[in-house]
Write a protein that binds this ligand. Structure first.
Ligand SMILES: Nc1ncnc2c1ncn2[C@@H]1O[C@H](COP(=O)(O)OP(=O)(O)O)[C@@H](O)[C@H]1O
Ligand SMILES: [Mg+2]
Length: 319
């Protein structure tokens, strides 16, 4: 049994909110029990402490950050992602390096944790970030960049500092989605100056960050950004519109059991210039129509019509 002195210190550290002290005393009690020949009790105590230590600490957000940082439950699976093999390999490498970071650390190497994703809208950048979070069992946070700029004009750098404080305190995957919002044109000249300063501050924060979190910046608009930006990131992934083959796989995946008797490869020829997101949407629309007209399968004609709708939705992008 623990000594009276140990029990008192344990209770004090609990009410004094001193978790480190609490664990130390608890470990002392375990050692004491082991010496008394109570090996099982000692082990149980150690296991309890071990579990408690590995439980992720939930930090409640600064009230000022509540409207800028959104936590979402990642709901995509890695298998859903349709990308070239080389892109998939690069994503796998990021996951592998993260999971085995301690091995790299022993040799003075750091895992990839600052990523830049670029490419047209709807090609899977946001999806990739959420999948990375899911695969690594980390919470997934999105920073609402447009809000940061529009609502906090003039105090954006201070807000960014708070966000990076959060990144170092709360381990997670942080997505700065469409982060070029802070570099984008804002009509008025003096605003442009402010934007550039903010963009530079952002890049400096990224460069200085030494946290355990993964930082992912995604942009649709690379030309706006300074090329020198690349060196601040450990990896840059370029997303592209799907190839014919990738479009066909996407159609197969998306239609699943609703797919009728037609060749996805052939129909994919009518989906050129559409993004993954647009093709997925056309498939979902075709499924909806099929269900609503009490049919079982999506026909070729049906899907073609929906793909055409997608093309028309973006007038300039006709085949
Ligand atoms: N590479 C992809 N593979 C499979 N589905 C995709 C892919 N890219 C996009 N999608 C579909 O389109 C939707 C929007 O994609 P998103 O990741 O938000 O695009 P981005 O962030 O590049 O604009 C996703 O939720 C998914 O349903
Ligand atoms: Mg996106």
């Amino acid at each position: 049994m623990a000594t009276a002195e140990q029990l008192k210190t344990l209770i004090k550290s609990h009410f004094g909110n001193d978790p480190d002290r609490f664990s130390t005393i608890a470990l002392q009690i375990a050692a004491h029990e082991a010496r008394q020949g109570h090996g099982d009790v000692a082990n149980e105590i150690r296991i309890i402490i071990d579990h408690a230590k590995h439980k992720p600490v939930r930090i409640t957000f600064h009230r000022e950050l509540e409207d800028l940082v959104l936590e979402t439950e990642p709901n995509h699976r890695l298998g859903e992602l349709v990308l070239s093999d080389s892109m998939k390999n690069r994503i796998q490498r990021i996951l592998k390096e993260y999971k085995q970071q301690h091995k790299l650390k022993k040799h003075g190497l750091v895992h990839r944790r600052k990523l830049l994703l670029t490419g047209p809208p709807g090609t899977g950048k946001t999806m990739t970030a959420s999948i990375i979070a899911k695969q690594l069992s980390l919470p997934f946070y999105t920073i609402l960049m447009d809000k940061l700029v529009t609502k906090y004009m003039g105090e954006t750098s201070a807000k960014l500092r708070q966000i990076f404080d959060l990144i170092s305190k709360q381990q997670g995957v942080y997505l700065f989605d469409e982060f070029d919002a802070i570099g984008a044109e804002r009509g008025l000249d003096n605003d442009v100056g402010e934007m550039r300063r903010v963009l530079n501050a952002f890049l400096q924060f990224i460069e200085q960050d030494k946290s355990d979190s993964l930082i992912i910046a995604a942009t649709n608009n690379l030309t706006l950004l300074d090329q020198a930006l690349f060196r601040r990131f450990d990896d840059v992934l370029h997303y592209e519109l799907p190839t014919l083959k990738e479009s066909a796989v996407l159609i197969d995946n998306r239609l699943g059991t609703f797919k009728g008797q037609f060749s996805s490869e052939k129909i994919a020829m009518h989906a050129t210039k559409l993004s993954h997101g647009e093709i997925a949407q056309a498939c979902d629309d075709a499924i909806k129509e099929t269900i609503l007209s009490d049919k079982q399968k999506v026909t070729r004609e049906h899907l073609l019509a929906m793909l055409k709708d997608r093309h028309n939705a973006y007038g300039k992008r006709r085949i």
